[in-house]
Design a protein around this ligand. Structure first.
Ligand SMILES: [Fe+2]
Ligand SMILES: [Fe+2]
Length: 160
């Protein structure tokens, strides 16, 4: 798979998880906690593989990098708010919707603007990057360090 195909498939996972989370009812608090934790795990992996591999690779051909980095920070901030808000708080779904809007905007911008720019790197390079992204994604998904980091984030954010 080419890099953009790998990332779009992962965007679909992220959009799907937030959509499912948004549709939960007040009677589904465990499901809310579960989907929130799942989204945290996936979005951490996603931003990390982009920051580490994809963004540096496209920095020559895309003028959108600084905007994209700023949007990653915004997603991180909004996610921190969602993590801090109790799942039975009336504001919980309001915060989820705001995070979802930012994520959808960011992903759409990458798909419509940055990924077409990345194609100027050539198909071979995109295949090579796609493989690197998938390898790193799999590595992070099973890495103890990542799980530790996510757990730490859970703990820290809840204490704030
Ligand atoms: Fe991104
Ligand atoms: Fe992305």
């Amino acid at each position: 798979m080419k890099a953009d195909e790998v990332l779009i498939a992962h965007h679909d996972v992220l959009r799907g998880l937030l959509g499912q989370l948004r549709e939960t009812t007040d009677g589904q608090l465990d499901r809310r906690r579960h989907l929130r934790a799942e989204f945290l795990r996936e979005v951490e992996v996603h931003t990390q593989i982009e920051d580490e591999i994809f963004y540096p690779a496209v920095s020559e051909v895309s003028p959108l990098l600084s905007v994209a980095h700023a949007e990653h920070r915004q997603i991180d901030d909004q996610l921190a708010t969602v993590m801090r808000t109790p799942v039975d708080d009336p504001e919980f779904l309001v915060e989820v919707r705001m995070l979802e809007a930012t994520l959808r905007h960011h992903a759409a911008e990458e798909e419509a603007e940055m990924f077409p720019q990345a194609h100027t790197l050539g198909e071979d390079r995109l295949e090579e990057l796609g493989q690197q992204l998938q390898d790193r994604q799999a590595e992070l998904a099973r890495s103890g360090a990542m799980r530790w980091m996510v757990r730490l984030k859970h703990t820290v954010l809840r204490l704030v």
